[in-house]
Each structure stands twice: as structure tokens, then as C-alpha cells.
Design a protein. Structure first.
Length: 162
């Protein structure tokens, strides 16, 4: 994992991870028709990275937000969790095409990009800055330590045997 220690904010770190994931997905899209093995590797890196990102949010960030605000079931994290389920379903639809070595995944990709861009915007504009406002430096460091300690089996399921 990237070295997360010393990061100044949740917002900065997670926005950079969004950008990294976007780049991997664009690589997949650019290569899938001309170099499928490289495209597949970009997709695997994207999928595992996105799954890790979601687990970080749901198991580490969202509980902090909910504890600090007292808002859980009807708040922004509840909406984010629902969107994560939708993202996961569309991600699996693209994954199925990759497993089949089928580059005809444009419709699924458009849907995924649409959901992710709106989802990421809400996180970057509302949720992450709110979390940053709630945290002192020790709490921020604790979040990054928990992120580093997350075992890969929590998020790394992808693409075995194909």
C-alpha cells in the first residue's frame, strides 16, 4: 500500500486515491481492444483498489463520521453505503466481461463511471471535508494506521484463475 503516514487530510488522501483509481480504469478502457492482457491487469488493479477504498470507508471512515455526528441510518453514510452496493453490482458486471475476455463492456463502463463520478463528488465535497473538520491530528493518524493494518483478504478478491 502507498505510505499513508504524514498525509495532511482524509480529503487529500482519498481524492488522490480516486484519481489513481480513475487512471487505472482509463488504462483498462484504452487497452481492452488492443492489448487485453495489459487491460486486464489494469482492471484487476482498479477492482482491488476500489474494493479496498470502499472497505476503508465503510469500516474506518464512516464509523468515525457516525460517532462524531450521531447520524447513521438516515445520514450521508447510509446513502454512501447504498451507492457502494450499486457500484459493486456494476463493477461485477464489468468484471464478468473481463473474465470472459469480452471487450464489449462499454455500457457497463458508462454506468460505472456515471455512478462513481457522482458518488466521488459527494464524498469529496461533503463527507471527507466534514470528517477532516472533526479530527485532531492523533485521530487522523489513527485512521491511517487502521487503513494500513487492513488485511488484504478484506478487499483483494478478484480474478482468480482467469
Amino acid at each position: 500500500m502507498d505510505n499513508v503516514r504524514g498525509k495532511a487530510s482524509v480529503t487529500g488522501y482519498y481524492e488522490a486515491d480516486h484519481d489513481r483509481l480513475d487512471h487505472l480504469f482509463k488504462m483498462f478502457q484504452a487497452l481492452k481492444a488492443t492489448d487485453f492482457p495489459k487491460a486486464k491487469q489494469a482492471f484487476v488493479d482498479f477492482k482491488v483498489g476500489l474494493q479496498r477504498h470502499i472497505v476503508w470507508e465503510e469500516e474506518i471512515l464512516f464509523p468515525v463520521f457516525e460517532q462524531k455526528t450521531g447520524v447513521r441510518d438516515a445520514g450521508p453514510t447510509a446513502v454512501m453505503r447504498l451507492e457502494h452496493r450499486e457500484i459493486g453490482a456494476v463493477l461485477e458486471a464489468v468484471h464478468q466481461k473481463v473474465k470472459e475476455k469480452n471487450p464489449e463492456s462499454d455500457a457497463e463502463e458508462i454506468r460505472l463511471i456515471s455512478i462513481l463520478s457522482e458518488h466521488n463528488r459527494k464524498e469529496e465535497v461533503i463527507l471527507y471535508p466534514a470528517i477532516d473538520r472533526f479530527l485532531n491530528p492523533a485521530e487522523l493518524e489513527e485512521i491511517f494506521k487502521k487503513m494500513e493494518a487492513l488485511p488484504p483478504e478484506r478487499y483483494a478478491a478478484c480474478c482468480g484463475g482467469h
